[in-house]
Structures are given as C-alpha cells and as structure tokens.
Design a protein around this ligand. Structure first.
Ligand code: SF4
Length: 217
C-alpha cells in the first residue's frame, strides 16, 4: 500500500505529455491496490477529470452495479486507465500520448500484481491483446507473457459506456461480467503454464501481426 501511495503521488505530478495542459487534474486510479482484480479502461472523461477518480459517470455507475452482481465493491478492486489525463473533448488518444503514459500503467500493474486484468472496451484491449476483435474475444480469459509484467491473464469486456444503452451488448456484458469469479478461480487452479509467447510491453505492439496467446477457457 505504501509503495502504491508513492507511485500515485508521482503520477499526480506528471507533466510528460501535453494532455496535462488541457485537463483539470491527473486521474491515476482508484480502489484497493492490494486487490486480485484490476480493471483497465481507456482515459478519463469529463466527470472523471472533474472528480479525479476513474469511472464515476454513467458508465461508472453501471460498473458499480455489475460489481454488486458478483458481490464486489469498488473498494475490492482497482481501476485505472491507459491514459491518466483526459484527452480534449474525449477524442481518441494519440499514439505518442499512450507511449508517454504507458510506463505509469506498467508500474501500477507491477506494484498491484493482480491475478486478473479486466480490459474494459476495445481501446484498452488493443494495448495488451493486439489485433483482436472485441466482438470475438469478449468473455474469454487469455494468458500472455509481457515484458515487465510476466505471465498475466487478461479478460476483455465490452466497455460499460458502449453497452449501457444497447440491449444486446448490455446482456452480453452482464453475462461476461458474472464469469469474473470463475476466471479468478481458474487462474488459481491453472498454475504456471509454459510456452507462452513473450511480447514487449509497448503500445506499438497493438500493430504486431503474429500474436500467440493461451486461452484458459
Ligand atoms: S497523460 Fe499520462 S503521460 Fe501525459 S501528462 Fe498525464 S499522466 Fe503524464
């Protein structure tokens, strides 16, 4: 916990890219840094920028509701974004912004050491599971080895904001979300698995063509 507080303070002081010139504040993350489950989204929106906390708007409320369906609260998990500062008018992040901010996310993962990383939406998914389609891999637990992190299980979900008002996506997201405890259980049972391809933990990897990863179930 103490280590995470030091890291959080460093992130709050960051001015490595120009996004800090237009946002109100840096939004490092929220929740329990000693959790087994870390959620990663893309970037803060207007409300997050105002409050300094990720996922506090409508999508955040939906996320809280879904957490309750698996008997978890925000305080039980940790949630962060790929970018810690809000892009103007919520535009998509630029590659140089992702590259500048990426070391913070890596350091958060190294400090928290989650058993499971849940990727919220296709933008977050692309950073760790490049060249995949969220429509094909949502609700699938994949283990990959990533430089700087090691073997890590990822579980991609549709973004709560995208699913909030779309009936079929919403149903799918709710169904996938309810499997999270089973995924954690499977990770605990599966132990170490050899022959997992190493990939470099850099944002450009999302353009890599030949990616192998291991499907847990
Ligand atoms: S977006 Fe990331 S790298 Fe850029 S200033 Fe904010 S914390 Fe620093």
């Amino acid at each position: 916990m103490a280590n995470y507080k030091i890291l959080e303070n460093d992130i709050k002081l960051c001015r490595k890219c120009h996004l800090r010139d237009t946002c109100n504040q840096v939004v490092p993350g929220d929740g329990n840094p000693e959790t087994e489950i870390m959620f990663i989204g893309e970037a803060p929106g207007a409300e997050e920028d105002k409050q300094g906390i990720p996922f506090v708007g409508a999508a955040g409320k939906f996320l809280n509701q879904m957490l309750r369906t698996i008997n978890l609260k925000r305080e039980d998990i940790f949630i962060a974004n790929v970018l810690k500062c809000r892009p103007p008018a919520n535009r998509d992040p630029l590659p140089e912004e992702v590259a500048a901010c990426w070391p913070w996310l890596l350091e958060q993962i190294q400090t928290i050491k989650p058993k499971l990383i849940v990727l919220l939406g296709r933008h977050a998914m692309e950073r760790f599971l490049p060249n995949q389609k969220i429509s094909q891999i949502h609700g699938t637990a994949l283990r990959r080895e990533i430089d700087g992190i090691g073997k890590q299980v990822f579980y991609a979900l549709y973004h709560p904001a995208a699913a909030l008002y779309q009936g079929s996506l919403r149903e799918t997201l709710l169904k996938d979300f309810k499997r999270i405890p089973k995924v954690v259980e499977a990770i605990e049972k599966s132990g170490e698995i050899a022959n997992v391809q190493k990939v470099k933990a850099e944002p450009e990897n999302r353009f890599e063509e030949k990616i192998k990863q291991e499907k847990l179930f």
